[in-house]
Design a protein around this ligand. Structure first.
Ligand code: 2P0
Length: 358
C-alpha cells in the first residue's frame, strides 16, 4: 500500500444447507422474499462451504469481487452484492484498538471501498446451494469487518436473504426455518430462525451423491419466476400444503422422529419437482440417475420395513440422502453397489462423488 492508508481484513466461512421443505417462488422480487416458508439442515462447517475474505481501505478505488480466484467484472453494481455490503455496513460500529482509541468511526466505514474474495469447496451452480453458502459467508465476514450489531434478532439473515434466498438459512447450524414474513412493509419479518441447533440430533447424516457437477441449465431465479407465472400446483402448494408440513417436520426434528422427518422430506422434494414439471414450459432438474436413486431408496425402506434413508433433490440432479449414524455405512454400500463410479470419484477427489458426512 503505497498510499499508506490502513487496510482492515476479516475472513469467515459458511456451510451450505439442504432444504427439506423447499423454497420455490418469490413473493417480492425486490426484497427477495418467498411465497412459502422453508426449512433446512445446515451441513458441517468443514464439509461443503464457502470461505470469504473481505478487506476495506480508503485507498481502494472501487468495490471488487473475486470468485474462486477469478474477478467478476461489474460486481460493484450487482444488486445482490450491493444489498449485502450496504445492508451490513448500515449496522457498523466504530472500530477501536486495545486502548479504546477509535481507529475507524461508524461513518468512516462508508468512505472505504471493499474487496471480497470467496471460494467454494464444492462445484458452483450444480444445485448444491453454492449461493447459499457464498452469501452467508459474505454477510458473516462483513459482520466481523464492520463490527455490525443487529437491531433485532435475525436482522443479518434478512440481509443474507437479499443476496440469495436460501443464504438466510446458512447463518446458523442445525435445523433452520425461513419464515416468509410479509406483515411488515419492508419485509424485515422475512427471516431465518434456528429450530434446533447442531447438537440436537447428532445421529443425523447426509450422504451427498454428486450425479453431475455441470452448471444447471435453468437458474433458480429464472425457474421460480416461470413457475410462479404458470404453475397452479405451486400456488396450491404455497397456499395449502407447506404450512402444515412445516409444523409437522419441525416437531419431528425436535422429537428426533426420523420416520416423519424422512417421509416429509421425500414428499416435499417430489412436490417441488412436480411443480417444475407443472411449470410451462417445464423445467427438468432431475435425470435418469436421480430417478433411479429414488426407486432404490423406496425399495430399501420397504425391505427394512421403515424409513432408514430419505432423498431430496434441489435445482439439479444431485441427491442428498438423509440417514442415521447406524445406517450410514449400509446406505453408502447400497449406493456404491449400484453406482461404483461414485466410490472412484470419492477416492480420487474427496470433494466430489459420494460423501458420508453429517
Ligand atoms: C431451497 N432452492 O429451499 C430451494 C430448493 C432450490 C430448490 O433455494 O433467487 O439460489 O437466489 O433467492 O436461494 C435455490 O434458490 O434463489 C433454492 P435466489 P436460491 O434450498
Amino acid at each position: 500500500h503505497s498510499s499508506g492508508a490502513p487496510m482492515y481484513m476479516e475472513t469467515s466461512s459458511a456451510p451450505t444447507n439442504i432444504a427439506t421443505i423447499k423454497y420455490w417462488g418469490k413473493a417480492d422480487a425486490k426484497w427477495n422474499t418467498p411465497i412459502n416458508d422453508s426449512v433446512s439442515v445446515t451441513l458441517n462447517q468443514d464439509d461443503l462451504k464457502a470461505v470469504t475474505t473481505v478487506a476495506a481501505s480508503s485507498s481502494f478505488e472501487k468495490d471488487r469481487l473475486w470468485l474462486n480466484g477469478e474477478e467478476e467484472e461489474g460486481a460493484a453494481a450487482n444488486k445482490r452484492f450491493r444489498a449485502c455490503i450496504d445492508g451490513v455496513r448500515a449496522l457498523a460500529t466504530a472500530k477501536k484498538d486495545a486502548d479504546g482509541k477509535v481507529l475507524v468511526t461508524k461513518e468512516g466505514w462508508s468512505r472505504m471501498k471493499i474487496h471480497v474474495s470467496s471460494y467454494n469447496t464444492f462445484p458452483t451452480a450444480a444445485g448444491l446451494a453454492s449461493s447459499a453458502a457464498g452469501y452467508a459467508a459474505l454477510v458473516a465476514a462483513l459482520t466481523l469487518l464492520f463490527g455490525a450489531k443487529e437491531e433485532f434478532p435475525g436482522q443479518l439473515t434478512t440481509i443474507a436473504r437479499q443476496g440469495s434466498g436460501s443464504a438466510c438459512r446458512s447463518l446458523d447450524g442445525g435445523f433452520v426455518a425461513w419464515r416468509k414474513g410479509g406483515e411488515k412493509a419492508d419485509w424485515s419479518d422475512s427471516l431465518a430462525e434456528q429450530v434446533a441447533n447442531e447438537k440436537h440430533w447428532p445421529e443425523i447424516r447426509a450422504v451427498i451423491m454428486v450425479v453431475s457437477d455441470a452448471k444447471k441449465d435453468t437458474s433458480s431465479t429464472a425457474g421460480m419466476s416461470t413457475s410462479v407465472e404458470t404453475s397452479l400446483l405451486l400456488k396450491h402448494r404455497a397456499e395449502t400444503v407447506v404450512s402444515k408440513r412445516m409444523e409437522t417436520i419441525e416437531k419431528a426434528f425436535l422429537a428426533k422422529d426420523f420416520e416423519t422427518f424422512g417421509q416429509l422430506t421425500m414428499a416435499d422434494s417430489n412436490q417441488f419437482h412436480a411443480t417444475c414439471m407443472d411449470t410451462y414450459p417445464p423445467i427438468f432438474y432431475m435425470n435418469d440417475i436421480s430417478n433411479s436413486i429414488i426407486r432404490i431408496i423406496h425399495a430399501y425402506n420397504k425391505w427394512a420395513g421403515k424409513i432408514r434413508a430419505a432423498y431430496t433433490f434441489d435445482a439439479g440432479p444431485n441427491a442428498v440422502l438423509f440417514t442415521l449414524d447406524e445406517y450410514a455405512v449400509e446406505v453408502g454400500a447400497l449406493m456404491l453397489h449400484y453406482y461404483p463410479e461414485f466410490g472412484e470419484n470419492y477416492v480420487n477427489n474427496p470433494d466430489f462423488g459420494m460423501k458420508i458426512k453429517a
